[in-house]
Structure formats: structure tokens, C-alpha cells
Ligand binder design. Sequence first.
Ligand code: AMP
Length: 625
Amino acid sequence: MGKKDEGCAIGIDLGTTYSCVAVWNDQQRRVDIIHNEQGNPITPSYVAFTDDQRLIGLAAKNQAATNPENTVFDAKRLIGRKYSDPIIKNDMMLWPFKVIAGVDDKPMIVVKYHGKEKHLFAEEISSMVLTKMCEIAETYLESPVKNAVITVPAYFNDSQRKATIDAGTIAGLNVKRIINEPTAAAIAYGLDKRSDCKKPRNIFIFDLGGGTFDVSLLSIKGKDFKVKATAGNTHLGGEDFDNRMVNYFVEEFKRKSKLDISGNPKALRRLRSACERAKRTLSSTTCTTVEVDCLYQGIDFCSSITRARFEELNMDMFRECIETVDRCLNDAKMDKSSVDDVVLVGGSSRIPKVQELLQEFFKGKDLCKSINPDEAVAYGAAVQAALLSGSIKNVPNLVLSDVTPLSLGTSLKGDIMSVVIPRNTTIPVKKTKGYMTVKDNQTSVLIAVYEGERAIASDNNLLGSFVLSGIPRAPRGNGHDICFAIDENGVLTVSAKEQTTGSKNEITITNDKGRLSTQEIKRLVQEAESYLAEDKQFLRKANAMNSLDDYIYKMKKALKNDCINLKLSSKEKEKISSAITKATSLLDGGNNKAYEIQVLEDYVKELEIMFKPIIAKIDLFSSFY
Ligand code: AMP
């Protein structure tokens, strides 16, 4: 595009396994899905650390088999969760990288970088992926990008949303809005459709990705995109299907070779890659092979799997998807026959059995496959980003109203959940409910904030708590108000006010459970900048070494071809030989990190001046041969 636009805002689909970035192209009145340096619209959400450098995206994924302990993925499965969360415990058994408990039970990822052990928050890993997506956009737009809309699963809870905003801040981005993935996909789908809908059109989005599953029911009329209900599972997707296949083949390998690879990260990583490939193949064929050379202790692994066996291994999860669809329609109080379009989004929605079960549920209705399942979410995010940036003229006008995925409330005496905002309430929303003291002369109240659908408060997810103090002494039954406010990002703020004396005593949850503090974020932003600086240094050194290597090659060629064309004097030959010796020793030193980048660059410059005439002759010579 090559157009300078300082205020440009991008849309980022920050996926569990892949991420995608898009921007609104105002001249062409369309969304551009931005391809990465490999020419792909999607980039693996992987970050790897080595002794020399940090890698993000495909480069990180490609070296995963040889450096499994320091190649991190699935940060989205960790973000906003506690280390002691049973879901994390289960995942950890399958991850080749190490996760330990940090302060406040926050999970910390342990890697070795530049020979030293580093502990990283999931937010930091996600911020690195976001930085990469931002760089891809900047290369395409040829201008810096600061503003972004980031998508999250509709079923992400309050901590997961806040942690995603923090990841954006660490990446140096101004997160203009967090929007739900199925809602973003609905924008991508609904923009074309809304022109032909005079009456509201009910669109059901089925979004099955790499790590999360979301469904949303929307009603579109003209410019209004209104979410009616949403449901999902933030821990169900393609990776779970891969894991089932991995476990199946681990058992088979055990039977055949009497060897257990379940504790070997390298073998598991290679088997998982082969299984993911096989899974994709099974979406278009009914049988495929899984082969891994030297899987473990020099033993090759070769087997096959049918589509029927793959389906059998995952049927419980496929059925869970359909139950979630049913729950969402129930919540919206809508019969399935009222749904106009069922739209497939997310890479795993390509699985034939999933499509078959879904079609069966909707009584044989054709499923809409017209939008690209990998790109739709970033597409919608880019439209929303353009709308929020305000300065863009031709962006289609639409008004989004989303819902909160989980009920929010506080606990009453006896651990009873008192819901203030029920799930599927349209956001933004602000609701106040009155409560009373339960003891005589009570001067303070502990207000615990929960999210979830269970009747017993402590069975739900505790988001945080705070104390409302300064209540005047009085018999029990003294009133106070608790106000719950959810903003456009789905982020919650709770405040309380003492009422009997009319005096205000308002407290807001600011640093709730597990969230990074302002100081921590500040420190991480600085660290992110130093990572970038280190990456740049690494590239500078690699470029200098490549140039030096190039010179050695050309100079050797000059000596070798001397008799044919170049007619070098013996003084020139001597000069070249000694330059080759010096450059070679610098290169060897460079590999061993003994030399500063400046020394390498200076010698490259020296060679440039010294050999300009000779190199010109060689280049001319090379163009003829
Ligand atoms: P997403 O998070 O939407 O990028 O989806 C990524 C997931 O989709 C990964 O688990 C992929 O293995 C899976 N996927 C992509 N293509 C296919 C396919 N043809 N069949 C089955 N799964 C697929």
C-alpha cells in the first residue's frame, strides 16, 4: 500500500496457535489481510529463545523440534489464569517448556536466553507475538503503528481480558478496544449480507480454533450488529484433538517398541507436528500415514490413522461443541429454525465430523463457508479499528453491541451468589444493587466479586475483593450500594458506597487478582524494548558477518580466477591473501562472540575501500559466467 497514515489502527486476531493482522484500506474501501515476510496471512503464535537470539513466528516454530524447552506457544491458554488452575496442570504435562508458580500464584514460563534462565509472564510472550504482528503491519504500511483492536474469545473472563490488554501495553500498543472473536467474524460475514436484509437477520457464528471454542448468536439489521447470546469453552480446540492423537500413537509406540516417549519433549514435539499434519489431511481424505524418522532412540515410527478412528478419539469433544451451540440458543430464547445463517470460523471448523454434527443439529441447513475461517476475525477487528480511529472516511458504518459471557455478582451471608449482572447482558452496562450489614455495629464490609453461574459463590471464580469501611455503628441492616460497571472491552469495575449518612465511601477494584501491577507493566515495557534492541543487535551482527563472508568468497574467487581474467599483480594477490586471513579470523571470532559488532562492521568498510576496484572486476567477471 505504501501510504503514510500516522493514525492508522490495525486489527489483530491473537490466536492460540496462529495470529493474523489486517487493516482497513480506505482508498479501496476494503480490508487488507496483511501477509508476513513468508507471504502467509497467518503467523504461528510462537516465541523461541536461543543462546544468540529471540525468534517470533514461523522462525520460532521451525526450530521447535531442536529447541523444545525454549520454544513457547499456547501463551493464550495461560494468560489470565492461575498456576494452580487444574487446566494449567493438565496442559503442563504436554508442554515441552517449563512453567512454575510465581508471586500470587501467577504462572511463569522458564526459558534459557543468552545462556541465562529467564522467567516470563504469559502476558510477555503474548506481547512478543503482538509486537511481531505489529511489525508485519508496519512493513506493509511503511509507517509506525501504535493503535490496535485485539480480539479475544467471547468466553474469556475478566482476568483473561485484562491480561490481554496488559500484553498489548507491554508491546507498546494503544489497545483501542478488545472485541470478541465471533463478533469480529460476524462483522466480516455480515458486512456483505446486511444490504439485503430488510428485517433482522439471525447469524450464528461457530468458531472452533486451535485452543478455544466460541459460539455467538447475532442479529443484524442495517448498521446494528447486536449479540444476543454467547457461549463457549476457552480450552477446547484443534490442539486438544492433536493431543488425543499424540496419546494414541504414544501408546502404539509403547506397544511396538516397549519404549515410553511420554517424558521426552523432543520426541513428543516431533510426533505432535506429524499428528497435526495428519489431522489436517484427514479433513480431505479418509486415511493417512504418520511418519517420524528416528522418533526415539534411533527407532523410526510409521503408522496410519483413519478418519473414523480420529473421530472416535475426539467424539466427546465434538459432542460438547454441539451442546454449547444448544446452550447458546437456549440463552437467547431462540429456536434453531429462526437462525438464518450458520457461519463457520476457525481452522478446526474444517473438520468434516464437526460440520456434519452441526448441520444435523440445524436440521440439514447448509453451513456458510464463504468467509475465510483463518482471516475472518482479523478482518472484523480491522473494520472496528478503522471505525474507532475516527479519521477514516469510507469505513462502513456499523454499531456493535456485545454481551458479557458470564454472570457477575457478590457473595451474601452463607456463601450465596448474588448476581448483579446476569450473563448475556448487553455491554457496556452499569448496575447497582443495595445490600445490608449482617451484624450489629458493623463498621466495615468485605465485598467479594465473583463471576460464574454456580449458586454457591465460592464455587465461582473469585475476581477480587475489597473492604468498604467507615460505616457508622448501627443495628444490622444498615444499607450500602454495590455498583458493577462493564466497559466496551468487557472489563469490569466494582465500587461500593455507604448510604445511611449520605456520606460517600467509594472503592474501586483496581489491582484485582493476578493482574500485573502498573510498576510491573512499566518494567516489562522497558524489558520489551531491550528485547527489541537485542534482536536488532543480533541482526546487525549477522549482517556484518554475512558481508564479511561474502567478501571472503569473492576474494577467494578472485585469487582462483586470476589466471583467466583479472590479471592481479603479485602485490594485489598478497593483499587479498592477508585480507582473507584477517576476515576469516574475525569471522571465527565473531561466531565465538569475541568481537564487537563495530569491529566487524569497520573491517567490512575497510575491505570495501581496499577492494573496490578488484570487486568491480569480479562482479563484471561474474556477470559473464
Ligand atoms: P485458528 O486458531 O483458527 O487459527 O485454528 C488453528 C487450528 O485449526 C489448528 O489447531 C489447526 O491444526 C486447525 N486446522 C487448520 N486447518 C485444518 C484442517 N484442514 N482440518 C482440521 N484442522 C485444521
